[in-house]
Write a protein that binds this ligand. Structure first.
Ligand code: CA
Ligand code: CA
Ligand code: CA
Length: 327
């Protein structure tokens, strides 16, 4: 991948700013261009919940936030590289993400590395430094560490762990076929992930949970279709996930022990990548039902599905802040 220097990308960005549509109310773009850089309001700790997402609306993947009703869209990154898979720190003060940035510095291969930045996009720190693909960063419940997956020497992905302040990385899984998409329970006692299936096992992707120390590994789904991208509800009683069991990717919900698997979406197009509001009443997800990837919310029973983003581009990977906040 050819990377663009930050100063050039910023200039280009200012000229082709995305045209956000208006869906379900006013969608206000709050960006101040100051000396060629995107400036945000940048509070250190959040006092209200925001939805974090990645979007191609400025031509490459950049990271944005918005209010849970779709208003007040703020662009957080603008360096012209590939910035995706953002995740909130428990108190909303920091964002973890993956990026191909720093190709002229600490990431000469231009592969995906794991980064952490302050919530206003400042103070970016690179946590991994290798030539392999690093993906799916999520904060631990205490906010001190990041779980992520990294490609191993044999080409599958396994779960790793690194401190937010850097330091040595630690491998947590060694599963046949590999694992992806870790998620953390709000009390920090459980990890969720999907097995990766693929050519090594010729198996479907299925959802597992385990303790962070690797004990109590439990398979939660078991069928002939892919089940993937699990997320706990804030109280840990439910898990949302996506499945192809009915022929089209839909969002499902199950109890934390794998029982009562219930379909929540019934729309043509892919419905994927859930996250929960901090009060456990709403679920955000992404869908191709309009032809582009757009971000939606719905009640936790699947009712009142509402489109938040709209544009001639794709918006992905919503993460609702406050999920891990201590009540
Ligand atoms: Ca890497
Ligand atoms: Ca690298
Ligand atoms: Ca669907």
């Amino acid at each position: 991948m050819k990377l663009i220097k930050q100063v050039k990308a910023t200039t280009k960005f200012a000229g082709v700013f995305p045209a956000w549509g208006v869906v379900g109310g006013m969608l206000l773009l709050v960006v101040t261009l100051s000396t060629g850089c995107v400036k945000t309001t940048g509070a250190s700790v959040q006092t209200s919940s925001k939805i974090l997402f990645a979007s191609t609306c400025s031509s490459n993947y950049e990271i944005y936030t918005m209010n849970p009703d779709g208003s007040q869209v703020v662009q957080i990154t603008a360096d012209g590289t590939d910035n995706r898979e953002p995740d909130w720190a428990p108190n909303g003060s920091q964002i973890a993400f993956k990026s191909t940035r720093n190709d002229e510095g600490t990431n000469p291969e231009g592969d995906f590395e794991i980064f952490v930045m302050d919530a206003d996009g400042s103070n970016v720190r690179q946590l991994t430094n290798d030539s392999r693909d690093d993906r799916h960063p999520v904060f631990s419940a205490d906010g001190k560490s990041i779980y992520y997956v990294s490609m191993t020497a044999i080409g599958n992905f396994q779960l790793y762990f690194v401190g937010v302040d850097g330091g040595a990385v630690k491998q947590l899984t060694e599963m046949v076929g590999g694992v992806k998409m870790p998620a953390v329970s709000s009390d920090g006692r459980w990890l969720l992930f999907q097995t990766d299936g693929g050519s090594e096992t010729n198996a479907t992707q299925e959802i597992y949970k385990m303790r962070p120390d690797g004990s109590k590994l439990t398979r939660l789904t078991n069928n002939s279709a892919h089940d993937k991208v699990p997320h706990f509800s804030p109280d840990g009683s439910y898990i949302t996930f996506q499945s192809k069991r009915d022929g089209d990717y839909e969002v499902y919900r199950m109890k934390a022990d794998g029982s009562e698997q219930t379909r929540l979406t019934r729309v043509e197009g892919k419905d994927k990548r859930t996250s929960w509001s901090p009060d456990g009443k709403k679920i955000s997800f992404q869908s191709t039902r309009t032809g582009h990837w757009e971000i939606y919310t719905m009640n936790q029973d699947g009712s009142e599905q509402k489109q938040l983003t709209s544009g001639n581009c794709d918006s992905h990977m919503p993460k609702w802040s406050g999920y891990l906040m201590k009540k």
